[in-house]
Design a protein around this ligand. Structure first.
Ligand SMILES: [Zn+2]
Ligand SMILES: [Zn+2]
Length: 339
């Protein structure tokens, strides 16, 4: 028998127990849940991928060598994406790709020793998942071409996503995976990152409307709304809940569960767990917002997601499945007393 650290093993068992008891995800109570579900259906499922290659983990404070870790994650993500697109196509499940804007670029170069001078300098801060020392936010940007450094550029993958037969959505995850909290991110920084993302997307005739704050560093919401975005996603701790609309018009979608792989669980248990969440959404008339990092272990793409997606596909007459943009569009076209 292989050695399993006891603490991790106990945590995995406790999580299974909490799940069996219906405590995780928790289920939000509202008076009239049906008002959040398109007519003819009994639940909603969306799937969002935080698409970031090396940009997100480059300062990860949970590992010894974050730069090497980031390159490894980026390579894994590149390997996973073609298979992921096939699974989506097989079961016709669209994904909302919250995309780091730098990935639109095929190359970039420094100007007078400055990398991306169009983006204001980022000041030092400490964050929940990564800290920044305040020197050069773009220090890891190789300022080269896709062919030389495929961990930092991904127009090829974006082409695959928008060229797929499934109608995926390209969303926004800032240009360089900044921390967006009001206390560390001035509006000018936030605005310049998003303006660049929008410009790069428009060059491909894409309009960005769905946003995900990196590391759930929620902030700059009025600027987000003013720049034409219609939604963002929060992580109040795994919830099957309902979207709420802010005064500035933005819809807040609450995240339900991340697709991950835990070695203490069997593959079948992973599949059963995610399928049960879909069943609970249908049972409670709730909104299930799955999310994940496409840099996940290959087994998630090769075995776990096919199991889940085939289940969603079987229940498609009961559960509405679509992109975040489509769902928010439906919410806006059907204004009811949702306060
Ligand atoms: Zn660059
Ligand atoms: Zn991220």
């Amino acid at each position: 028998m292989k050695y399993i650290p006891l603490k991790r093993h106990i945590k995995a068992r406790l999580s299974q127990l909490k799940f069996a008891l219906g405590l995780n995800p928790s289920v939000e109570r509202v008076e009239d849940p049906a008002q959040f579900v398109p007519q003819g259906y009994r639940g909603v499922v969306t799937v969002t991928a935080d698409f970031e290659l090396a940009w997100a983990p480059r300062y990860d404070n949970s590992v010894d060598d974050p730069y090497a870790y980031a390159l490894g994650k980026a390579r894994q993500e590149r390997q996973n994406i073609p298979g992921l697109l096939s699974v989506c196509e097989q079961y016709q499940i669209p994904i909302t790709w919250a995309t780091v804007g730098h990935l639109f670029l095929a190359s970039c170069q420094s100007a007078g020793g400055l990398k991306h001078p169009e983006i204001p300098a980022v000041e030092a801060y400490e964050g929940p998942y990564w800290d920044f020392n305040g020197k050069d936010w773009f220090e890891h940007d190789p300022c080269t071409r896709l062919e030389e450094a495929p961990e930092w550029y991904a127009p090829d993958l974006i082409d695959q996503i928008i060229g797929a037969r499934t109608a995926h959505e390209i969303g926004c995850h800032t240009f360089s995976h900044i921390d967006c909290r009001d206390e560390v991110c001035p509006p000018a920084l936030f605005e310049s990152e998003l303006a660049l993302c929008k410009q790069l997307a428009e060059e491909r005739s894409l309009q960005l409307v769905s946003f995900v704050h990196p590391g759930h560093t929620i902030g700059n919401l009025d600027t987000l709304s003013r720049m034409g975005f219609t939604s963002f996603q929060s992580d109040p701790g795994n919830v099957l809940g309902y979207p709420c609309q802010h005064d500035n018009g933005l819809w807040e979608l609450k995240r339900t569960m991340e697709f991950t792989y835990r070695p203490d669980w069997t593959i079948d248990y992973h599949i059963q767990r995610y399928c049960t969440i879909v069943d609970r959404a249908i049972q409670k008339q709730a909104v299930c917002n799955f999310w994940f990092h496409p840099s996940c272990p290959a087994v998630v793409v090769e075995e776990i997601l096919p199991g889940l997606f085939s289940h969603i596909s079987e229940r498609r007459s009961e559960v509405w499945v679509g992109t975040v943009q489509e769902y928010v569009g439906w919410l806006n076209r059907n204004p009811k007393q949702r306060k």
